[in-house]
Design a protein around this ligand. Structure first.
Ligand code: 5GP
Length: 177
């Protein structure tokens, strides 16, 4: 098992590159079946999901579109706490079959806050695909339609996910030692 350093912390291999790729192929196969004859719009949430989105997209055989958005959390109105806004969503979602692409769902707060804003545009359907899911950490209710791996509640880096800006380039996913 490889140990690597990112900034001041040590991480060990958790998911090898081949395991990740194999699972993404399986997820794409399921999506190809579920969306046969349809033309979904994938909305990939930056930065972390860029690798997952690219690899998933390569295995699609259906017609599909993709766009990338960035979410920004900030302290808004006192009563509601963090408000999530998006940058880069130019497509009109009305009547579209939307699939949100996330790298990881942890507490679920980010998507839980953001999904109503997308639903407001009245897409025909909206599903969520996440590569990683920390089921033990979930605090906000979310229906996750396509999950790559249910992982323990430990910090991970690699394959798009960073620790303070670094580690996104790693082909494998590493867990904090
Ligand atoms: P949530 O809103 O579901 O609690 O958190 C979602 C976001 O938290 C993810 O998109 C990601 O940016 C960050 N996050 C949660 N867990 C991890 C982790 O283990 N590693 C990294 N690199 N980011 C994480």
């Amino acid at each position: 098992m490889a140990i690597i350093r990112v900034h001041d912390k040590s991480f060990e291999t958790y998911l090898p590159a081949e395991t990740i790729q194999q699972r993404i192929k399986e997820l794409a196969g399921i999506i190809n079946k579920d969306y046969a004859g349809k033309k979904p719009l994938f909305i990939a949430i930056l930065n972390g999901s860029f690798m997952f989105a690219a690899d998933l997209f390569k295995h699609l055989t259906i017609e599909a579109e993709i766009c990338f958005i960035k979410l920004a959390s900030y302290k808004g109105m006192k009563s509601s706490g963090n408000v999530v806004t998006s940058i880069g969503l130019e497509d009109d979602l009305f009547g579209k079959e939307v699939i949100i692409v996330e790298d990881i769902v942890d507490t679920g707060k980010t998507l839980h806050n953001f999904l109503p804003k997308l639903l407001h545009q009245q897409p025909k359907s909206m599903k969520i695909a996440t590569l990683l899911y920390k089921s033990e950490a979930i605090e906000y209710p979310l229906v996750l339609d396509y999950v790559g791996f249910d992982i323990p509640n430990k910090f991970v880096v690699g394959y798009g996910l960073d620790y303070d800006g670094l580690g996104r380039n790693l082909k494998e996913i590493y867990q904090l030692v």
